[in-house]
Design a protein around this ligand. Structure first.
Ligand code: 0A1
Ligand code: ZN
Length: 864
């Protein structure tokens, strides 16, 4: 009987199967003739013998990737290829070795593609009349036949004919005329970094002189009419270029750097060589349309994409399993940049909140995977918080372990050794080993093991000897496919504080390597309070027996801003958990909030973070981690009750804070005034619980910027009196897509849970719910999913609505559909009735005929 292959065997790609490409691609020439339904692509690829291919291992076939191409011609050295030498797979074309001169040959193809029909937004597509491309991870195969893998790198020369005023590609412009342009990119690159843009665009331009004195032309390309919202992005680009020179010694390497904003984009932005393409929400900003958070994110993403020029483009990834090589490092670099531009402690707290909210959640559920996975079905499903944010945390730990000098030496060696190549995590760790002499074999576990370690700390105090012993124990729960986890290297930053509040031991990094390990501190006059995991020195969950009074002490006295904030957070979290389980808030918490409000010397941005209550999602996560079943309705009620208690107790101080934090004068998106606005809105959020929305209504009327407008609007929705404000916003901004995305998002997000799914459903009926636009789709569905009690409503209305729309989007845009499936990744935390409801929805997805590979993989993994 023939053996039947399982579906999984058919579709899974494994790291262990990677082999070098047998041919060397010396150059790539492309000629595009652009038309909406029939764009012609002519490609000329010059191949030479590969280092590991013909000669070394004998003659090799030429395997090219392609998907959805209408192939018009295929030649080798100008001769049509005999069909007997060609075989076709699902997404491949194989030309037999017998048809290939072993010393090298030129492969040429002519294909036709249909950008207007491309709703998946992979390859060449149209966004609001602008032709643009998205080729990471495997979009280039939708453009033409090619070795679409990151380790095949070549210089590109591209000629584009299009009836469009602006025509762009990678590299430097080498010629242009009426309806055509030619671009040359001398830096060898893989296909995923290719880009093309053609359309009616306007540039907001500037210039940058590099450290060696070369002048670079900078352009931010936007649609006519959007020019006045592109200046901030341009300035952020200049700051990024300077920072990368000053901090990493990295200089830009072309004559021009172009950024293009498009409205239809599956992700945030893309680092195509010399031609970054951005989701317009990460470029366009004005005080009236963008919030402080938007401005900070634009600055960070502009930096992120620019930094990829070295960490991603000049040094790329050998294969997609190494994705965190470029993404973890580039996130780490953009985090460093933001810390330097703004407040480092505030940035660290924000990053930890994001990590815990998205990555810890991922690590605790069925989608858990290591930063470097070793198998996948659909690579686009691995652009995850684990690859990006945990990938960055791992680099932060490495830097903590080897020190700043060791890190700088290792990075210099990395750029020197791997420039122009496609590298691996092994290469990355080797430069650290070679530069510092350390053995990183145990450290590598962070890259290859999934799951968040649980770190337990207990204390033993010997008063006679003046000795404190800290015992740490680590365990990592099983994750899919990885039942047992050996111990990891964990850098644990510790400080000791004397009972009078003075620091007796400044921060020290303890290096834990065993499953259980003791660290001793001698010569102590009195038992100190331990401040542990300072700066969040490792991405672990820390458990320690600690009473509320000690937490309050740390909130008052800790010199490390992260652990200080964390102490207050723990008090708030424990209070809400206790209340949701029928108990009372910690007696320490509400007085501690009073002290925080009185501490006017502290940075407003820090105080805003400390004042903000943990989200319902965070509470559910904590209840689940403690082995209990979270009840979304009770969590919601408890959080509301605590907010009301705080507002009632501290009304006067909150009002004073609200008034004091008004920012006079014109709007500036800088960290200082943004922090004041954040604190003001945090105070408003609490007061809103007891003033019936009066203050929010007044702020809505007076606010001159979107930060305060959106804050007021959310508060008005929570107070159930937002009707007029929503109508005004629609009247004023109905034609502005980005502002209307906010309008669609805040309504299901801030609505009372008992109405959120119905509100989302009503919004989905509107003609301006342009659901094929990923931003609009994510605004509405993401807004609902972020309303914890609303999404998880016991009758399953949230789950049903959400699934109905995933089913509708999947055939149109599989990538965005698959990403949004992660809303269900936590379903096993909840009670059996909710679990059954989610399971039924996931089943409904799984059984949909023709479900995309992207979504099928996500649903399959979540169902387990
Ligand atoms: N490399 C980009 C993110 C990105 C990834 C995939 C995309 O399409 C599937 C698009 C963009 C970054 O890290 O910014
Ligand atoms: Zn990136």
């Amino acid at each position: 009987m023939p053996t039947q292959k399982t579906r999984q065997e058919h579709t899974e790609t494994r790291l262990a199967d990677w082999r070098p490409y047998p041919w060397k691609l010396d150059s790539t020439r492309l000629a595009f003739t652009i038309a909406p339904q029939a764009t012609t692509v002519e490609s000329t690829l010059v191949f030479g013998p590969g280092e590991n291919g013909p000669g070394a291992e004998g003659p090799a076939d030429l395997v090219l990737d392609g998907a959805g191409l209408n192939t018009l011609a295929l030649t080798i050295d100008g001769q049509t290829i005999d069909e007997t030498h060609v075989s076709r797979g699902e997404e491949t074309l194989t030309i037999a070795a017998a048809a290939l001169p072993p010393g090298g040959f030129t492969f040429a193809a002519r294909v036709q593609i249909d950008p207007a029909a491309n709703t998946a937004l992979e390859g060449l597509y149209l966004s609001g009349g602008i032709y643009c491309t998205q080729c990471e991870a495997q979009g280039f195969r939708h453009i033409t036949w090619y070795p679409d893998r990151p380790d095949v790198m070549a210089p590109f020369r591209v000629r584009i004919t299009a009836d469009q005023p602006v025509i762009l590609s990678n590299g430097n412009p080498v010629g242009q005329g009426e309806g055509w342009a030619e671009w040359d990119d001398p830096w060898p690159k893989p296909a995923y970094l290719f880009a093309l843009v053609a359309g009616d665009l306007r540039a907001v331009s500037g210039a940058f002189t590099t450290m060696s004195g070369r002048k670079v032309a900078l352009n931010v390309w936007v649609r006519p009419g959007d020019e006045d919202r592109a200046g901030f992005a341009l300035e952020a680009l200049k700051k990024s270029m300077r920072w990368d020179e000053q901090v990493y010694g990295r200089e830009y390497d072309l004559d021009v750097f172009n950024i293009v904003a498009v409205d239809d984009f599956n992700m945030g932005a893309m680092e195509n060589k010399g031609l970054n393409i951005f989701n317009s929400k990460l470029v366009l900003a004005s005080p009236e349309t963008a919030t402080d958070t938007d401005y900070e994110r634009i600055e960070a993403v502009i930096a992120h994409e620019y930094f990829h020029n070295w960490t991603g483009n000049r040094i790329t990834c050998r294969d997609w399993f190494q994705l965190c090589l470029k993404e973890g490092l580039t996130v780490f670099r953009d985090q460093q940049f933001t810390s330097d531009m703004r407040s480092a402690p505030v940035k660290r707290i924000e990053d930890v909140l994001n990590l815990r909210g998205r990555q810890f959640r991922e690590d605790q559920g069925p989608l858990a995977h290591p930063p470097r996975p070793d198998h996948y079905q659909e690579i686009n499903n691995f652009y995850t918080a684990t690859v990006y944010e945990k990938g960055a945390e791992v680099i932060g730990m490495l830097k903590r372990l080897v020190g700043d000098d060791g890190y700088a030496k290792a990075l210099d060696l990395y750029f020197q050794r791997h420039d122009g190549h496609a590298a691996t995590i092994e290469d990355w760790l080797k430069v650290f080993e070679d530069a510092t002499g350390r053995d990183l074999s145990q450290f590598k576990r962070w890259y290859v093991d999934a799951g968040t370690p649980r770190l337990t700390m207990t204390e033993a105090w010997d008063g006679d000897a003046g000795r404190l012993t800290l015992r740490f124990t680590q365990t990592t729960p099983p994750t899919p496919g990885q039942p047992d986890k050996p111990p990891r290297v964990i850098p644990i930053a510790v400080g000791l504080i004397s009972p009078n509040g003075d620091e007796v031991l400044p921060t020290q990094v303890l290096e834990m390597t065993g499953a259980s390990q003791d660290f001793t501190f001698d010569g102590l006059a009195a038992r100190p309070v331990v401040s542990v995991l300072r700066g969040f020195s490792a991405p672990v969950m820390l458990e320690r027996p600690i009473d509320a009074a000690t937490q309050a002490f740390l909130l008052a006295h800790d010199t490390d801003p992260f652990t200080r904030w964390e102490a207050g957070r723990a008090l708030a979290r424990d209070s809400i958990i206790a209340m949701s389980q029928g108990g009372k808030p910690s007696a320490e918490y509400i007085p501690a909030v009073g002290r925080l409000l009185a501490d006017t010397a502290a940075d407003p941005a820090f105080r805003a973070l400390a004042l903000r209550l943990p989200s319902e999602e965070e509470i559910a996560t904590a209840i689940n981690a403690a082995g209990d079943v979270p009840d979304p309705d009770r969590i919601h009620a408890a959080r509301e009750a605590l907010a009301r208690d705080i507002a009632t107790t501290h009304r006067a101080a909150l009002e004073a804070t609200y008034d004091a934090m008004a920012v006079p004068g014109p709007y500036a998106p800088d960290a200082g005034p943004a922090g004041q606005r954040a604190l003001r809105l945090a105070a408003l959020g609490l007061l809103n619980r007891i003033d019936g929305g009066a203050r929010a209504a007044a702020l809505w009327e007076s606010a001159g910027n979107m930060t305060e407008k959106q804050g007021a609007l959310m508060a008005l929705i929570e107070a159930d009196r937002a009707g007029d404000a929503l109508a005004q916003m629609e009247a004023q901004f109905g034609a502005n897509r980005l502002v209307m995305d906010k309008w669609f998002m805040v309504q299901p997000l801030a609505a009372s849970p008992d109405r959120a799914p119905e509100i989302a459903a009503a919004l989905a009926e509107r003609p301006d719910f342009d659901w094929k636009n990923p931003n609009r789709f994510r605004a509405l569905l993401g807004g609902l999913a972020a309303n914890h009690a609303g999404f998880h409503r016991a009758d399953g209305a949230g789950y049903r609505f959400y699934t109905d729309w995933l089913l509708r989007l999947d055939p149109v845009n599989p990538q965005t559909t698959a990403r949004l499936c992660s809303a269900f990744e936590t379903f096993r935390r909840y009670d059996p009735a909710r679990q059954a409801l989610v399971r039924a929805e996931l089943q409904r997805l799984a059984e949909q005929p023709g479900l995309s590979r992207n979504t099928a993989e996500m649903v399959g993994r979540i169902l387990g």
